[in-house]
Design a protein around this ligand. Structure first.
Ligand SMILES: Cc1cc2nc3c(=O)[nH]c(=O)nc-3n(C[C@H](O)[C@H](O)[C@H](O)COP(=O)(O)OP(=O)(O)OC[C@H]3O[C@@H](n4cnc5c(N)ncnc54)[C@H](O)[C@@H]3O)c2cc1C
Length: 453
C-alpha cells in the first residue's frame, strides 16, 4: 500500500509483525491521535502545516529550491547528511526516536575513506581525540596466535590514518556539530509511525509519547537503520538474518591498557566458522572485542558454547574473552541487494543501513553511511529538480556498495576457512608483499569525497 499513511511502526514496538502494528494504529486512531478530518486537510489533500487539534506541524518551509528536507534517524548517516547539507547552506530537520543520543553500539573501525568525510565536516579532530590510530590490521591464526599478515591500513595523505572509536563517541561529535548548526533542527524523542505521500510532498507522522507531530517535506531521507520503518512502509523485503551473530563486549582496566599499548591497531584471529577481532577505543582505556560466528538462527547463539569454542585459542585472545564485560550477541542482518533506494514517487530515499545493511566483516557499514550522507548532500545541492536526486544518488553509490558487499562476503569466506584450505590461505598471505595487500584495498580506502575540500 504505497503512498498511504501507515500504521506500521518499527519504532516503538518490537517487530511482532504487521498485525501488532495495525493494532497500534487502531488504538491511536480510536484515541483520535491519527485522525485527520477532511475539513482540516489542505487543498492538495495533504495535511495542513499549522497546528490542527492535537496535530502539531513541524516542517518548516526553507524557501530554497531544494525544498523542505526531513531526515529520519540521527544515526551516523542522518547526522552526516544534515551536516553536509548545511555546508551547502541547505536547512534540514532530523526526526529521531531516541530521547537522547548516548551509549548505543560498540566499537567501530574508521578507514581513511570515512575519515576524509569527517575532515570535510570539521569533525575529525574531535573524533581523533577519543579514538586510537591503527597502522595495520593484523591477521593471526586463531589457535596459535601466529601472525599471518599485517595489512597496512593508513593512507598516503595527511588526513587519514585509520581509527578505532566507540560508536557513541563518533555519534556525540556529529551530534554536537549538529546542535551548533543553526540550519539543522534536531527533534529527539519522536518515533515515526506513518507516512503520507501527497501531491504536495511527503508527510511524516511521528509520536512524541504525548502527541502526534507532523513533518511536511519535499524530500524524505530515511536514515532509519537496518530495520527501516520507511522501507517496511513501502513494502520492501525486510533485512534478513545472515546466519551469523557477533558477540560484542569490552575489556577495561590494566589488561586493556597493556593490550592497547602493544597492539598495532586491529587484531583479528581466524578459525573455522568463526573469528575474533579486538582493538583499542576510548584513547586506549578500553578494548572492543567482537566474536563472530556462524549459527543457524539467532536462538542458537549460546554464550557457554561460544566461550567453550574459544577455550584453546591464542592466550592473548583467551584472556581478553575471560575479562570481557557484557558479552552480548548481535544477530547480523543484511538487506537484500535488490532493495530499492528511491521509493514512492521519488521523493523518499533510503540511505545508510536502511538502504544497504552489510556484513560487518569489511568494517565498512559506518563508513558507507558517512559516504552516503556526504554524497547525497552534494547531489541535492546541485539538483535543479528534486526528482532527479534519487536516480543520481543510485548512480553514484550502487556500484561502490555492491563492491563493498562482495568484499565483506569474501572476508567471511577467507577468515572462516577450515583446514586444509586455511593452510593454503596462510601460505598465500605470507607470500604476498604488504604493499600488495594494501593495494587490494586501494579502491576502498583511497576514495575521496566529491567536491572541493
Ligand atoms: C557487530 C558489528 C560491528 C560493526 N563494526 C563496524 C566497523 O568496524 N566499521 C564500520 O564502518 N561499521 C561497522 N558496523 C556497522 C555500523 O555500525 C552501521 O553500518 C552504521 O552504524 C549504520 O548507520 P545508520 O546511520 O545507517 O543507522 P543507525 O546507526 O542504526 O541509525 C538509525 C537511527 O534511526 C533511528 N530510527 C530508527 N527507526 C526510527 C523511527 N521509526 N523513528 C525515528 N527514528 C528512528 C534510530 O534510533 C537510530 O538513531 C558494525 C555493525 C555490527 C553489527
Amino acid at each position: 500500500m504505497r503512498g498511504q499513511s501507515s500504521p506500521r511502526s518499527s519504532a516503538c514496538l518490537p517487530r511482532h509483525g504487521r498485525r501488532a502494528r495495525e493494532d497500534l494504529f487502531l488504538l491511536l486512531h480510536s484515541l483520535s491521535l491519527l485522525r485527520r478530518p477532511e475539513a482540516e486537510r489542505d487543498e492538495a489533500g495533504g495535511l495542513p502545516l499549522r497546528r490542527v487539534g492535537r496535530l502539531v506541524a513541524k516542517g518548516k518551509p526553507t524557501g530554497t529550491r531544494t525544498g523542505r528536507i526531513v531526515i529520519l534517524g540521527a544515526g551516523l548517516a542522518g547526522l552526516t547528511t544534515a551536516l553536509a547539507l548545511a555546508r551547502h547552506a541547505i536547512p534540514s530537520t532530523i526526526v529521531e526516536r531516541a530521547e537522547t543520543l548516548d551509549e548505543v553500539g560498540a566499537g567501530l573501525q574508521l578507514s581513511p575513506n570515512a575519515l576524509r568525510i569527517l575532515d570535510r565536516l570539521d569533525c575529525l579532530e574531535a573524533v581523533s581525540e577519543r579514538a586510537v590510530a591503527a597502522s595495520a590490521v593484523e591477521l593471526r591464526d586463531g589457535r596459535t596466535g601466529r601472525l599471518l599478515a599485517a595489512v597496512p591500513v593508513g593512507s598516503g595523505d595527511d588526513v587519514a590514518a585509520y581509527l578505532s572509536v566507540h560508536r557513541a563517541d563518533l555519534q556525540a561529535v556529529l551530534a554536537d556539530a549538529v546542535r551548533r548548526e543553526p540550519l539543522i533542527e534536531l527533534e529527539l524523542g519522536e518515533a515515526c509511525l506513518g507516512i503520507d505521500e501527497t501531491a504536495d510532498g511527503v508527510v511524516l507522522h511521528s509520536w512524541s509519547g504525548r502527541e502526534e507531530r507532523v513533518h511536511a517535506c519535499d524530500l524524505l531521507i530515511a536514515a532509519d537503520g537496518v530495520n527501516s520503518f520507511v522501507a517496511d512502509h513501502h513494502d520492501e523485503k525486510p533485512a534478513r538474518f545472515a546466519d551469523a551473530v557477533a558477540w560484542r563486549g569490552q575489556v577495561s582496566g590494566p589488561l586493556a591498557r597493556e593490550f592497547s599499548g602493544r597492539a598495532r591497531g586491529i587484531t583479528a584471529w581466524l578459525g573455522p566458522r568463526r573469528h575474533a577481532v579486538a582493538y583499542p577505543i576510548r584513547s586506549g582505556e578500553v578494548v572492543n572485542l567482537v566474536l563472530a560466528e556462524k549459527v543457524r538462527s539467532p536462538d542458537d547463539a549460546n554464550r557457554q558454547r561460544t566461550l567453550d569454542a574459544y577455550r584453546d585459542w591464542a592466550p592473548d585472545l583467551a584472556s581478553l574473552i575471560a575479562n570481557a564485560n557484557d558479552l552480548t550477541p548481535w544477530p547480523l542482518k543484511v538487506t537484500p541487494s535488490e532493495r530499492r533506494w528511491v521509493l514512492g514517487d521519488g521523493r523518499t530515499l533510503l540511505i545508510g543501513d536502511a538502504a544497504h545493511a552489510l556484513l560487518p566483516y569489511a568494517a565498512q557499514g559506518a563508513a558507507m553511511a558517512l559516504e552516503d550522507g556526504y554524497v547525497l548532500a552534494g547531489i541535492i545541492a546541485s539538483a535543479s529538480d528534486l526528482l532527479t536526486v534519487g536516480p543520481a544518488f543510485e548512480r553514484a553509490r550502487r556500484g561502490r556498495i555492491d563492491r563493498v558487499r562482495k568484499r565483506a562476503s569474501f572476508h567471511r569466506f577467507v577468515y572462516h576457512l577450515p583446514r586444509p584450505f586455511s593452510l593454503a590461505r596462510d601460505a598465500v598471505m605470507a607470500a604476498t608483499p604488504k604493499a600488495r595487500l594494501r593495494d587490494q584495498l586501494g579502491w576502498l580506502y583511497d576514495w575521496t569525497p566529491p567536491g572541493a575540500a
